[in-house]
Design a protein around this ligand. Structure first.
Ligand SMILES: *[C@@H]1O[C@H](CO)[C@@H](O)[C@H](O)[C@H]1NC(C)=O
Ligand SMILES: *[C@@H]1O[C@H](CO)[C@@H](O)[C@H](O)[C@H]1NC(C)=O
Length: 220
């Protein structure tokens, strides 16, 4: 019996069984401090970095053959993705580069939830989850606005007040401002169960910031 259990549990990650989903939203201006963005200023709202299916025990990545992605044919869907899930390192309208980004994310992450969401469903779900709440407004309601300094805790508390669960924050030190102790908020992860009907605490959290009282900002 125990042999069977061991076998089942060790097989599960190999088969790519995902247990939860993390929607990763990025703050474009911070992203554009790490990579050159041809369009300045970048969008003044959160955009999608990815929707990452994961398991609790083992990080899931690349669950498919490497080229499972088919360019998105539907024009309406493409339009929506162009504004909500842009490739910030390419120019708006460079649709091939956008498809590259969506394809990269789908092959690396989307393939790990194919037992539940096919490609169309995966992208629809990402858009739906993103538009379920207005993160920018949630933060603003808690006095957190671009250009101001707050702490990791302030942002976590503002999001928790709405989701009731712990988000995952990723912050960076801007290379040109090494002497500053203020970090820039790059990404916010919000986690959902497999069905994406319930929010849950994020696991496997980024350890980019030293502690919860770390001063951070959303750069303007
Ligand atoms: C995004 O666009 C850039 C340049 O326009 C390209 O080099 C890159 O491969 C694209 N895809 C990803 C995954 O960022
Ligand atoms: C920011 O995006 C959210 C959806 O993700 C949207 O509801 C909101 O209107 C946007 N805010 C601005 C100022 O564009």
């Amino acid at each position: 019996m125990s042999v069977l259990f061991t076998l089942l549990f060790s097989l599960a990650p190999v088969l790519g069984y995902f247990e939860y989903l993390q929607l990763v939203l990025q703050w474009p201006t911070t992203f554009c401090h790490t990579k050159p963005c041809p369009t300045w200023p970048p969008p003044n709202n959160f955009t999608i970095h990815g929707l990452w299916p994961d398991s609790k025990g083992k990080m899931l990545n690349d669950c498919g053959s490497g080229d499972d992605y088919d360019d998105i044919p539907d024009a309406h869907m493409r339009k929506q993705l162009e504004s909500d899930w842009p490739n910030l390192t390419s120019r708006a309208g460079e649709i091939k580069k956008y498809q590259e980004f969506w394809g990269y994310e789908f092959n690396k992450h989307g393939t790990c939830s194919m037992d539940r969401y096919n490609q169309d469903q995966y992208f629809e779900l990402a858009l739906k989850l993103k538009n379920q709440f207005d993160l920018l407004n949630i933060l603003r309601n808690h006095g957190i606005i671009p250009g101001k300094t707050c702490t990791v805790k302030d942002v976590e508390d503002a999001i928790k007040a709405v989701t009731a669960h712990v988000p995952n924050l990723n912050c960076i030190v801007r290379s040109s401002q090494r002497s500053s102790h203020i970090m820039e908020l790059l990404e916010i992860g919000i986690c959902f169960d497999r069905e994406a009907t319930q929010m849950i605490d994020c696991r496997r959290r980024w350890k980019s910031h030293p502690d919860i009282n770390q001063p951070i900002t959303l750069p303007r």
